[in-house]
Design a binder for this molecule. Structure first.
Ligand SMILES: [Cu+2]
Length: 433
């Protein structure tokens, strides 16, 4: 893990020094307040400012329009990392409403809910109804797909969209594309757009002039931030190949609950903070997941008042979020999900056995059991997980904290499985005769 962390740091230093940025670049400066980002489009040049940096005062001066991104509201989450996620979303909306120049619309980059419950979506709707911009564009997160493979999400937020909820629209000369990379995730893999959506995207962009500013937005980052934690999208390169010819491409994501930025050629990538709770910096903790910070600091890590600029010349580079510099301790015995766990799985003679779900890992990762054994999975994380057979032989509901799933194995064989929300989480049951 130490090596991977070093690789990550090296990559970021490289990114910071990367001078391959178009000097006539489009994003002149950036500011972030995790809760919401104000984007100002001026002559097709998107510039973002955070609420707290007087965005309202400056935004709009000579601007064509502004919009705001919010993300990862996780309505329904009530664990110690933030017992009142509805209140922090409300704070974000209040700030949006207080902006002197009204944004044309909001973009929500997914994880609206914690468990895809109708009551959670209802609460979200109630809070968003109070936002002064009446137009809100959504993409789903993996938490919005839990009970019905996203049907409810589509009914509520995906009217007129294609497939699992992807779509595009034009606003004052800028082409926006909402992409879905949280469905049909494969065991061991990352986020996925899938063939059908990629075909659609290629087609959607085909006839457009290279001078059209493009904004892509999706829940899981469309660049590889930290694959060990599933923070990337398997087929994002294919998608990005379709935007290469455009002069200005901005990619907005959520999912990782912290700010990361990177520029590659004419494409700039940005992730937003959550309105609900922070997550650790990549590699700085045994696993991803809600991070508890002292109550008086919660607002800070949600970024409402803390703003980071990094302007180097006319180019932008990744900026460190406050979470990056708090440097949580590296744990020596991280909850890796790799198959090293295979070796530790001994044969069990019990007719019942248990697999723990902790720190985004199944423990033990692989076990041998006798035919007829009932296996119970218990989720100890503050985030829901699932237990899905990769062969389609069993499939749990979303397991919230302390919830269980049981399955009795009556036929010998090997049964690999994974979490459909976090496909990097894999495990295996070997049933002996
Ligand atoms: Cu999971």
């Amino acid at each position: 893990m130490a090596d991977k962390k070093q690789d990550f740091i090296d990559q970021r230093l490289q990114d910071l020094n990367n001078d391959g940025v178009d000097r006539r670049g489009f994003l002149k400066c950036m500011a972030w307040a995790g809760t919401g980002l104000v984007w100002t489009l001026s002559g097709g040049v998107p510039v973002s400012r955070a609420f707290a940096q007087g965005a309202g005062q400056r935004a709009g001066k000579g601007a064509d329009f502004t919009f705001v991104q919010i993300s990862d509201s996780h309505i329904g989450f009530n664990k110690p990392a933030n017992p009142d996620v509805t209140a922090t979303l409300q704070t974000a909306i209040n700030k949006i409403n207080a902006m002197p120049q009204k944004p044309d619309f909001l973009i929500h980059t997914g994880d609206l809910s914690q468990l895809s419950k109708p009551s959670e979506f209802d609460t979200l709707d109630q809070v968003l109804k109070g936002a002064s911009p009446k137009q809100i564009h959504f993409v789903p997160g993996e938490h919005d797909m839990l009970t019905d493979n996203g049907e409810q999400y589509l009914q509520r937020y995906g009217k007129g969209t294609k497939g699992a909820g992807w779509y595009s629209f034009d606003h004052k000369g800028v082409h926006f594309v909402g992409l879905v990379n949280v469905v049909n995730l494969k065991a061991g893999g990352l986020g996925s757009l899938g063939h059908e959506q990629l075909e659609w995207l290629e087609d959607d962009l085909k006839g457009r002039s290279a001078s059209t500013p493009i904004v892509l937005f999706a829940h899981i980052p469309l660049w590889t931030i930290y694959p060990d934690w599933g923070w990337g999208t398997d087929d994002s390169e294919q998608a990005l190949s379709y935007v290469k010819r455009f002069g200005s491409v901005t990619v907005l994501n959520g999912h990782i609950h912290q700010v990361m930025q990177k520029i590659e050629g004419k494409v700039s990538f940005h992730t937003a903070m959550s309105t609900a709770f922070p997550q650790p910096a990549p590699g700085s903790a045994p696993s991803a997941g809600p991070m508890k910070v002292p109550a008086d600091q919660l607002q800070r890590v949600l970024g409402i008042t803390d703003v980071n600029y990094l302007v180097s010349g006319s180019s932008l580079a990744i900026i460190d979020s406050p979470l990056d510099s708090t440097s949580a301790q590296m744990s020596g015995n991280g909850g890796g999900t790799d198959m090293a766990a295979m070796a530790s799985g001994g044969a069990s003679t019990d007719s019942a056995t248990e697999v723990k779900i902790d720190n985004f890992a199944f423990t033990p990762g692989a076990i041998k059991v006798k035919r007829g054994t009932q296996v119970t999975w218990i989720n100890h994380d503050d985030i829901p997980h699932t237990v899905d057979s990769t062969q389609g032989k069993f499939k749990s509901a979303a397991l919230d904290t302390d919830q269980k799933f049981e399955f009795r194995f009556t036929e010998p064989g090997e049964y690999p499985y994974y979490c459909r929300m976090h496909p990097k989480m894999t495990g295996s049951i070997i049933v002996q005769s």
